[in-house]
Design a protein around this ligand. Structure first.
Ligand code: FAD
Length: 467
């Protein structure tokens, strides 16, 4: 039986990054993945393919603005969805190949098969042909991720009533896509098909979309997406989803108790994801799950069995690739006896619609609820030279700072390139910057980043300059 210092189960961004860090620290490392493609949800059916389709469809959206830029396109624009999906798959294949390369480069042993515990130190790998290989692990990292969740009364048939996984592989542009759940995944994929010509209706139980993010962002994003043609049914509780041939009917109850019925040709169920531990036999290693099905971990990401750790979507916290990666690095360093730390308050959240949406730290709603006295500065993109030059004038940056100390408590933004701009906010907040600090740093002109400086100026005695 081969033996390893660290065995990682699952090759998503949590697992493969952890494997690399373990190898860097000198551990004899193995990774087990049940699929032949490495990279997990993120690379295969998550972050990367969704961003590939968002990028392709963004080109279509941009064409609507060509005329204003003096660019004329003779004839009609045609969408070749098969080619678009094939390109997306090429991007995925390249990324998956990249992970394989990194495993080889770092001399990490890759096993293909389902990993399950026989004990706290012995892991069985069940291969596709049914054969089982046993390996010994001094330490194990559970990085088995998550799967799309649904509602008890919905049958996902993967043809017309679909999850994000199928939505990334459609063979046609829906005529009317009904998105159940106005979170990040639903809005991103909804916008992809909206841009390609589908009618898109979003049904959301909460009173606003992207409910976890700052309220101003939800409001602004809803406004912009409505302008683009997306329809919203917030405060609507979906009660039934029925399929008859190619027609899907969604019934939802509004606040007044009235039932509305939407008829479409596809329904995308994007109501969240559930931690995935099927087949892991965690109990044989003494690893406990929470009542929500997550692997229970302490502050050191240690499970109820000390030599077994768990990271990423399968444990508590935001289901985000970069959170999984940070945890992957952290466990490797903990196993090596180091004292790493993750500031969970500073894990940024991003929505890759256009305009993009991002935020880090406390939202205004959270500060109000906690009774924290705060100052607010905000700045609209439409007052930026760079935004005017490119025509991306929708959006704003909002800086929240402590009323007494001026320390930045949260930065939230919607607008062009907000996904990349949030890195400045994270850096500033990691170094516990004040709004004054940000407002005194030189920001290149003309850039979208100037909106952060201006919002910081606005937060410090209303000193924004360009408005
Ligand atoms: P996963 O990526 O889910 O990987 C787990 C792996 O473990 C899988 O490959 C699985 O096959 C394997 N596995 C499970 N059980 C076993 C077993 N017993 N034996 C062997 N292998 C096993 N996050 C972002 O940060 N940014 C984004 O833009 C973003 N976009 C997304 C878009 C979509 C459509 C979706 C669905 C998700 C998106 N996410 C995004 C979320 C992101 O994909 C997850 O947070 C991330 O993949 C979690 O990483 P992980 O390593 O915990 O698990």
């Amino acid at each position: 039986m081969s033996s390893f210092d660290v065995v990682i189960i699952g090759s998503g961004p949590g697992g493969y990054i952890s494997a690399i860090r373990c190898a860097q620290l000198g551990f004899n490392t193995a990774i087990i993945e049940k699929y032949s493609a490495l990279g997990g949800t993120c690379l295969n059916v998550g972050c990367i393919p969704s961003k590939a389709l968002l990028s392709s469809s963004h080109h279509v959206e941009e064409m609507a603005h060509f005329a204003a830029h003096g660019i004329e396109i003779p004839g009609d624009v045609k969408i070749n969805i098969e080619k678009m999906i094939a390109r997306k798959q090429d991007v995925v294949t390249q990324m998956v190949g990249g992970v394989k390369y990194l495993m080889d480069k770092n001399k990490i042993t890759v096993f293909e098969g389902v990993g399950s515990f026989e004990s706290a130190t012995v892991i069985n790998i069940t291969k596709a042909d049914g054969t089982v290989e046993k390996i010994e692990a001094k330490n194990t990292v559970i990085a088995t991720g998550s799967k799309p969740s649904s509602l008890p009364f919905i049958t996902i048939d993967k043809e017309r009533v679909i999850t994000s996984t199928e939505a990334l592989n459609l063979k046609e542009v829906p005529k009317h896509l009904i998105v159940i759940g106005g979170g990040v995944i639903g809005l991103e994929l909804g916008q992809v098909y909206l841009r390609l010509g589908a009618q898109v209706s979003v049904v959301e139980y909460a009173d606003r979309v992207i409910p976890g993010m700052d309220g101003s962002l939800s409001k602004e994003l809803t406004k912009v997406l409505k302008k683009q043609g997306m329809k919203f049914y917030t405060s609507h509780k979906v009660q039934a989803v029925k399929r008859s041939g190619d027609v899907v009917t969604v019934e939802a109850e509004n606040k007044k108790g009235e039932i509305i019925t939407l008829e479409g040709d596809y329904a995308l169920v994007s109501v969240g994801r559930r931690p995935y531990t099927d087949g892991l036999q965690a109990e044989k290693a003494g690893v406990k799950l929470t009542d929500r099905g997550q692997v229970e971990v302490n502050d050191h990401l240690q499970t109820t069995t000390p030599n077994i750790y768990a990271i990423g979507d399968v444990v508590r916290g935001a289901m985000l690739a970069h959170k999984a990666e940070e945890e992957g690095v952290m466990v490797a360093e903990l196993i090596a006896g180091q004292k790493p730390h993750i500031n969970y308050n500073l894990i940024p959240g991003v929505v890759y619609t256009w305009p993009e949406v991002s935020g880090v730290g406390k939202t205004e709603e959270q500060l109000k609820e906690a009774g924290v006295a705060y100052k607010l500065g905000s700045f609209p993109f439409k007052a930026l030279g760079r935004a005017r030059a490119s025509g991306d004038v929708d959006g704003l940056v909002k800086v929240l700072a402590d009323a007494t100390t001026d320390e930045v408590l949260g930065i939230h933004m919607i607008g062009a390139r907000a996904a990349d701009l949030i890195a400045e906010a994270v850096t500033a907040m990691e170094f516990r910057a004040s709004a004054e600090d940000i407002s005194r740093m030189s920001h290149a002109h003309p850039t979208f980043a100037e909106a952060i400086k201006e919002a910081a100026l606005a937060a410090t005695d209303n000193r924004a300059l360009n408005i």
